[in-house]
Design a protein around this ligand. Structure first.
Ligand SMILES: C[S@@+](CC[C@H](N)C(=O)[O-])C[C@H]1O[C@@H](n2cnc3c(N)ncnc32)[C@H](O)[C@@H]1O
Length: 312
């Protein structure tokens, strides 16, 4: 169950139970979603982890492996973590674009949102949390298997009551009749030809509601902007969101003084240990400085976000 539910019910500590989805966290770029099963077992390079030992422990706890002596953390799934571990059925939106979309579309509890296409449901989980508890996300995809898989995940992750998945060709048919007359507070499009859906989005959006279209190519953005240049829309803007991630870790470093006559490049030595072990009793802990540097494979261009506001 996602933290959406947790935050709605109780902000306090939550205990892991059978059937829960937990995020097994090794480090920021190595984690996976696991469904807790009685007598289930997880094996990884840190050891063997029987699920029975997880049940009753609080989310966020550290558990030590049976063989190997390493450890992992058991985190509660949030939309942000789910985006990092979900099964990819399509290209997905990541947290930088997602947070910008939620902020710029002014989503809040109670908002009614139209989304197309659902894809792998990465964005949908965050939309659901933003509009909870009284709002709703209506998400559309014309691909049957993707729509069904996403629906199952929304149910299992505890946001099913906030999301309705419908199979529909939005570029061809537009949004359903029930939304005509400004029933939606916001519309989000992640489609190959979003400009085809804009007339229908215009008739579904309330006055002053926001639309956003995500496209990887600038040619798509040009056509979308042309389609938005009609009296029904104003305040058209396009953004590209880029995030620079930093790697923070402890490192063995020697100063030139300690190195004597060695070249500075030789002074960075000894890579960090591969296996995390609990410190052995009686052994002195080594102190190492913490260094921070830009992560070498930081994500670059994902897509352009084009926003506009419904006017009369
Ligand atoms: C890139 S994926 C969306 C990913 C999603 N934003 C996420 O974060 O997981 C695009 C989706 O649009 C769907 N799609 C493409 N054309 C469509 C159409 N005409 N009507 C409805 N869905 C469509 C595809 O099946 C695909 O699942």
């Amino acid at each position: 169950m996602l933290a959406v539910e947790a935050s709605l019910r109780a902000q306090g500590e939550r205990q892991i139970k059978e059937g829960d989805v937990v995020i097994v966290y090794e480090r920021h770029d190595r984690m996976k979603a696991v469904i807790v099963a009685r007598n289930g077992e997880l094996q990884n390079r840190f050891g063997v982890f029987p699920h029975n030992e997880w049940i009753g422990k609080p989310f966020g706890c550290r558990v030590v492996g049976k063989k190997g002596g390493g450890f992992v953390f058991l985190l509660a799934p949030t939309p942000e973590l789910w985006t990092l571990v979900l099964p990819h059925r399509t290209q997905i939106l990541y947290v930088a674009d997602i947070s910008f979309v939620i902020s710029f579309l002014e989503l809040r509890p109670g908002s009614v949102m139209l989304e197309c296409g659902t894809g792998s449901g990465s964005l949908t989980h965050s939309l659901a949390r933003a509009v909870a508890p009284s709002g709703h996300v209506h998400t559309f995809d014309f691909h049957e298997q993707r729509a069904l898989a996403a629906k199952q995940e929304f149910e299992r992750n505890g946001v099913g009551h906030l999301v309705t998945v419908t199979m529909r060709d939005i570029q061809g048919q537009g949004f359903p009749e029930e939304f005509v007359g400004g029933q939606a507070d916001a519309v989000f499009l992640d489609l190959p030809q979003p400009w085809l859906a804009i007339p229908s989005a215009a008739s579904s959006l309330r006055c002053d509601g926001g639309i956003c279209s995500f496209s990887p190519c600038i040619e798509q953005v040009q056509r979308t902007c042309e389609a938005l240049t009609i009296p029904e829309f104003t305040d058209i803007r396009t953004f590209e969101v880029l995030v620079r991630t930093y790697e923070v870790r402890q490192e063995f470093l020697q100063t030139t003084l300690q190195c004597g006559t060695q070249f500075a490049s030789d002074c960075l030595f000894k890579p960090p240990p591969q296996k995390r072990q609990r410190p052995q009793k009686g052994r002195k802990r080594e102190t190492r400085p913490v260094i921070a540097k830009p992560y070498p494979d930081t994500k670059g261009h994902t897509g352009y976000l084009t926003f506009a506001r419904r006017s009369t």
